[in-house]
Design a protein around this ligand. Sequence first.
Ligand code: PLP
Length: 398
Amino acid sequence: MVRTGRHFLQIPGPTNVPDRVLRAIDQPVVDHRGPEFAMLASEVLESLRPIFQTRGSVVVYPGSGTGAWEAAIVNTLSPGDQVLMFETGHFSGLWRQVAENFGVQVEYLPGSWRHGAVPSEIEARLSDDKNHSFKAVMVVHSETSTGVTSRISEIRGAMDRVRHPALLIVDAISSLASIDFRHDEWGVDVAVAGSQKGLMLPPGLSFNAISEKALAASMTARLPRAYWDWKQMLAPNRSGFFPFTPATNLLFGLREALRMLGEEGLPNVFRRHQRHGEATRAAVRAWGLEILCEDPREYSNSVTAVLLPEGHNADSLRKIILEHFDMSLGAGLSKLAGKVFRIGHLGSFNDLMLAGALSGVEMGLRLAGVPHQDGGVAAALNSLTAAEGIRKPVPSLT
Ligand SMILES: Cc1ncc(COP(=O)(O)O)c(C=O)c1O
């Protein structure tokens, strides 16, 4: 089929890469041991701190988010260590697997995939752990497979109330630069992130933000590590260099993306994502469909997972939407396969892109014969204009 116009990439990452970032990447490769590179890396490493809301170090790996998951584990833990994790969805399960592959003993508190990690359950389990056997609490902030966020500040509060010394390790892969994430204020010890979501870059870079406490833990942690070793990375980083060949051109892109985020201002970035999250949810409600996330306090402003009515397959709907409207939506993962589709509304995104994406969904629902009410797009437009205060909400015509 001949395609015209731009493809709509509405998966919850990789996200759309702004033209400014594409242009920045499109440069001749520089010497990664030369002065131009040192200036680039120094600027990028410094500008990343406010994005994580930390004064501490951030390391950048050529690698996907899974690599940064592994880095968080191998730098802080020893074989046989116990950690506490909460089942939030597909990604918490994969992260658990990485830890177990390294011989870490994971206690995995069960969850329904429809709510975030429960702070009171974490508190209860930690308060039973009188010997402080748990070396880390590992939580996914925005569970991309479900569109549910976990309340990290409340989890930190729970850990503090029982005075548990475990490290707090957080996957901020689909929250960083989209949903407020406060590394220092929330006492996060290691944050894990990737380039392909709120940072508006192609896949290929991943990150660890590291607290002093995590750095101290890394001095005695005994899991084997080489490529991911913070110590090997932090020493050359001080003068703007890497211990191996860095992803030079992605770093050009990262510099531009960080400048763009700086120009917009982080609070505005979060507000933009919130508006788009709210408008998307308004559309889903107007369609009469169910948002997977059950607790409004835990809605993710990066991604909305939508449940299809019994007897209707979300993958068939996605296929129709791709074929007819050239839009990619996120698939349901593992136990949600076929049951949900996910609308990504993060990264380089604006009101009209959202309106277009939701129009594609509404037309797809019609073509696929999924029972729904019209008016989702109108509800989203009302939400956008009401929140923006441009004009009074207009009543839906349907
Ligand atoms: C929350 C979360 N964690 C981890 C990952 C894994 O990252 P990657 O696929 O870049 O290895 C993803 C990927 O989408 C994710 O959304």
